[in-house]
Each structure stands twice: as structure tokens, then as C-alpha cells.
Design a protein around this ligand. Sequence first.
Ligand SMILES: [Zn+2]
Length: 108
Amino acid sequence: MNKLKGFIEHLDESELRFVKRFIEKGEALKLVDQKIVEKRSEEWNRICPVCNSLISNDSITLIFGPEDFRKKASFCATDCLEYFIQKLKQNKNDSIQKVEGEINEHRP
Ligand SMILES: [Zn+2]
């Protein structure tokens, strides 16, 4: 929060007006949401989202989702990839986020 405060304090008036418009148009929220997804995605590529074990160099990576919202998840083994795909099939009408949420709920 202090970083954000410090950043805003160093802006001049025209930059502040730009930031204000950016927030009012909802662009700031979109950007923050996108960054949260990216950060989570980075996390997903270090730890297998299914069994929670650390990913080694010979992991299997799946890239999925719509073109403007591509996501990447790495799995420790084919079993975990299969489990994830099965979950996707079962929930084909639900969003990927819901599948991720369900898997996260079952994490130890
Ligand atoms: Zn795994």
C-alpha cells in the first residue's frame, strides 16, 4: 500500500487526472484482476495444482483458456494432468476458475 501511495505522490497533475480516469473507467480493476490471475498462474507452474508437489524440470504443461485469457498449468505427472482434464470435462459448462477453485479446496 505504501508503494502505491508513494507512486501517486510523485505524479504531476496531468498524470493524476489520467490515473483518475483509469480508475473511473474500471480499467484499474481489470488490470489488477489480470495481474492476480498471472501471479496465480506463476504459482501454478511451481507446484502441481492437483497433488501439491513441487514441479521438476520434466513436468507436463497445459496451456488453455480463450485467446485473450490464456493460462498455463504444469503438472508433475500424467495422472495429475488426466485428473485435471477429467475435472474440466465434468465441469464443461463451468468456468476454468470454478475447476481451479474445486481443486484448491481439495488440496491438503
Ligand atoms: Zn501432481
